[in-house]
Design a protein around this ligand. Structure first.
Ligand code: F6P
Length: 328
């Protein structure tokens, strides 16, 4: 394997996700395996600009594969969006003799990496880390699987109390722009309806569906709402709407919030993170740059960062149909 790269830096950026630690570990250990030095950067691009680095060897990442969050911390850096900020970051990397950067994050973080590469011809490689699963070029982003399991567990618990009291629950899950968490967890949690940003089902359809459920003998119901849903009402307004317009419902709202981003990564996410870390470093050592590693048909593949940023993930329409049939 040709090695022009002697020192790699790794950072986590944007919203954290379970599996980021496992990915840091994989990057560090792959570097160690190939006798390449590795530096961790604290607080994403913020730390890069400030030169907040830590030397990482194989032993310094012990005991983190099972930990949620990110040991390197994460941030959304405004300064890195400026040319001056990026210049400063480049200076800090050069001072430390770093010649390759692995960025673990979402599309915003990848945009920063790409601009940085274009300005300084600095090798960059992306690992997709976000619970939203909204990055083109991989069937799964790091943390998505863990978040699904966390959300399903929460829905199961809410269902217990919903059915004890014959209540209708609106449950809000994360997904600012996409409904992957909502759709999968809605099916797995046995929801009556799933509201996602990609499909505006409209209020009438919701009312119709709730009435149908009631007539069919259901005494309690769960409706999953993605936070970016476009029905035109937020989750509390949905509750008010049902309270004001529909007879005989005892409605409650539960917003799951940031608990969805925490917790120990699932087995799937740990394996995915390990594979992604190995692929990212080895691709870089092979002379590749400006790619994101991703899972496609159970293989590690490279997607140009540009496509990963611009491409859109599509909702699986079959899942919508399955959900419809299951709520009969
Ligand atoms: O990580 C992605 C995401 O979970 C979105 O679904 C959500 O809107 C956002 O993060 C919230 O992030 P923060 O509170 O860090 O701004």
């Amino acid at each position: 394997m040709p090695k022009t790269i002697k020192k790699v830096a790794v950072l986590t950026s944007g919203g954290d996700s379970p599996g980021m630690n496992a990915a840091i570990r994989a990057v560090v250990r792959t570097c160690a395996y190939h006798n390449v030095e590795c530096l961790g950067v604290y607080r994403g691009y913020e730390g890069l600009i400030e030169g907040d680095f830590v030397v990482l060897d194989a032993r310094s990442v012990k005991g983190i594969i099972n930990k949620g969050g990110t040991m390197l911390k994460s941030a959304r850096s405004k300064e890195f969006r400026t040319a001056e900020g990026r210049q400063e970051a480049y200076k800090k990397l050069k001072e430390k003799g770093v010649d390759g950067l692995v960025v673990i994050g979402g599309d915003g973080s990848f945009t920063g990496a790409l601009v940085f590469n274009q300005e300084f011809n600095f090798p960059v490689m992306g690992i997709p880390g976000t619970i939203d699963n909204d990055i083109f070029g991989t069937s799964h982003t790091l943390g998505f699987d863990t978040a699904l399991n966390t959300v399903v567990d929460a829905i199961d618990k809410i269902r217990d109390t919903a059915s004890s009291h014959n209540r209708l629950f609106f449950i809000e899950v994360m997904g600012r722009d996409v409904g992957h968490i909502a759709l999968n967890c809605g099916i797995a949690g046995g929801a009556e309806e799933i509201l996602i940003p990609e499909e505006d089902l409209g209020l009438e359809r919701l009312v119709e569906s709730l009435n149908k459920s009631k007539k069919s003998g259901k005494t309690s119901s769960i409706v999953i709402v993605a936070e970016g849903d476009k029905i035109g009402k937020n989750i509390f307004e949905l509750k008010d709407y049902v309270d004001e317009n529909m007879e005989g419902y005892d409605v409650r709202v539960s917003v799951l919030g940031h608990m969805q981003r925490g917790g120990a990564p699932s087995c799937f996410d740990r394996v995915l993170a390990s594979r992604m870390g190995v692929k990212a470093v080895e691709a870089m050592l092979d002379g590749e740059s400006n790619y994101m590693v991703g899972l496609k048909n159970n293989k590690m593949e490279l997607t140009p960062l540009d496509s990963a940023i611009k491409g859109k993930t599509k909702i699986n329409l079959e899942l919508l149909r399955v959900s419809d049939i299951m709520s009969t």
